[in-house]
Design a protein around this ligand. Structure first.
Ligand SMILES: [Zn+2]
Length: 335
């Protein structure tokens, strides 16, 4: 069977457990150079019937899933790899209900699986933006319409977050876009202090780069470190090259995914959904970079190895993990 190019082909290809296993091994250990994920040695025997290795050094077994986001999951690699293909390539994401139906698994298992894959999608690169082209910076507020909130809940949420008017109950997300490289970085803002917003730009953008933002006072002072130009959204949407349409485009994709596919996202998990959208945005096909679905899948498979997310971290039940008070039910509340 040929390497898959479409979703239908991918599902057919990975439906064979042996083929799924061989593909996973090839992504994890190119050329078949298997090493133990615990001690990194290659002294083992392979138990063919169970597709696991026994390490003679650790005196323990390991599978192709150990040390990845798939570790401890009872679901087979056939299901995992189909799910990874779908999340890497479905433009508006895929809901746990849809995935569960497609793979014949419970919605809750699909939900956990999707969150683990999103963890692998997180882009850890730290290279600076702004060499050559300008960087656009902006923030967006995501969440329910405060006019539809119950009065008492609205008052409670307002007191908790300190946001007013149309922002009550919303979560602020900050993003920057390198216009030349067409790459985005985005995250949930822990607060709306000027220092917090500006630190993200200071940490991620090279000094003296061109930085374009709106005229919010939150960005005041950036002109001391950057060539800072502002767009006045009320009077001029585009001021020559000074605009933030690139990051605006990303925000509309993010909002479409959240509203259309996920409908309900707990604020605690929003960072994961942002990572997912950033992955697809930064790895989309462009004129100069003709990435295919198979390329995006391969890239994500390489990112899967080495990242692990436990159930406790995911649900905020790990006492060391700071978490949102509304996190961890696994139930989806209207967003
Ligand atoms: Zn070992």
């Amino acid at each position: 069977m040929d390497v898959p190019e479409t979703l239908t082909q991918a599902i057919a290809f990975f439906s064979d457990p042996q083929r799924a296993f061989e593909a996973a091994v090839e992504f994890r250990w190119p050329g078949g150079n298997v090493t133990c994920p615990r001690c990194e040695q290659a002294k083992f025997s392979f138990i063919k019937t169970r597709r696991v290795w026994f390490c003679y050094v650790c005196k323990k077994q390991f599978s192709a899933k150990v040390g990845t986001v798939m570790e401890d999951s009872p679901l087979g690699l056939d299901k995992w790899m189909s799910a990874i293909w779908m999340l890497a390539n479905c433009k508006n994401g895929i809901s746990s209900y849809e995935l569960g139906k497609n793979l014949g698994i419970r919605q809750q298992s699909a939900w956990f699986m999707l969150h683990r894959i999103r963890e692998a999608m997180k882009d850890d690169r730290t290279h600076k933006f702004g060499f050559g082209g300008p960087v656009e910076g902006d923030e967006v507020y995501i969440g329910p319409n405060p006019q539809k909130m119950h009065k008492s809940r609205k008052a409670k949420v307002q007191a908790r977050d300190g946001l007013k008017g149309g922002y009550v109950g919303k979560t602020a997300v900050q993003g920057i876009l390198d216009r030349d490289y067409r790459q985005v970085r985005a995250r949930v803002l822990p607060n709306l202090k000027r220092e917090t917003l500006q630190n993200m730009i200071l940490d991620n953008v090279t000094p003296f780069a061109k930085v374009y933002t709106d005229e919010s006072i939150l960005y005041e002072g950036l002109e001391k470190k950057f060539v800072h130009k502002v767009v006045n959204h009320t009077h001029e949407y585009v001021n020559g090259k000074v605009h933030t349409q690139g990051i605006d485009n990303f925000w509309s994709l993010l909002k479409r995914t959240l509203r259309g596919t996920y409908v309900a996202v707990e604020p605690f998990h929003l960072d994961h959904y942002i990572d997912e959208q950033v992955f697809r945005f930064n790895n989309r096909a462009t004129k100069d970079n003709k990435l295919t679905d198979a390329d995006r899948f391969a890239l994500l498979m390489l990112m899967v190895a080495g990242k692990r997310l436990t159930y406790a971290q995911l649900t905020g039940k790990d006492s060391n993990e700071p978490h949102h008070p509304e996190a961890g039910t696994g139930q989806e509340v209207p967003f």
